[in-house]
Design a binder for this molecule. Structure first.
Ligand code: THU
Length: 129
């Protein structure tokens, strides 16, 4: 499948513009292509109780399920300037759970598969006894 990274980044930017980030002033947008061709996106949503803030990837995964589920095949994340942003550690785990094998991420050092940004990951397979 040919990935339109420009379009995916544009979706992430659009989501970033909806961020609720009054405490960090660090809006984030995330967007992903699903295995059935949908694009899902999300923005960070902070809280006065700081630790409750949700990363952009969290709302993106909610949209994944709200719109029919499936697996993610390509992912892009941007900061307030629209520049590529690496997902935080927690979100790499979150993405791994819902990633198709070899899901590609646009990173600050090029396109990489999820297995490279979360090596030797713990995941659903570990729980199959
Ligand atoms: N943030 C995300 O939304 N995703 C990430 O992967 C990195 C961090 C948000 C959380 C918080 O609202 C803000 O960026 C500053 O940490």
């Amino acid at each position: 499948m040919e990935i339109d990274w420009t379009a995916l980044t544009a979706e992430a930017k659009k989501a970033m513009e909806r961020a609720y980030a009054p405490y960090s002033n660090f809006p984030v947008g995330a967007a992903a292509l699903t295995d059935d061709g949908r694009v899902v996106s999300g923005c960070n949503v902070e809280n006065a109780s700081y630790g409750l803030g949700l990363c952009a990837e969290c709302s993106m995964v909610s949209e994944l399920f709200r719109t029919g589920g499936g697996k993610l095949v390509a992912f892009a994340c941007v900061d307030g300037n629209g520049d590529a942003l690496m997902p935080c550690g927690r979100c790499r785990q979150l993405l791994f759970e819902h990633a198709a094998e070899g899901m590609l991420l646009q990173t600050i050092s090029g396109i990489k598969p999820i297995e490279e940004v979360l090596p030797d990951a713990f995941g659903p397979r570990n729980l199959k006894l």
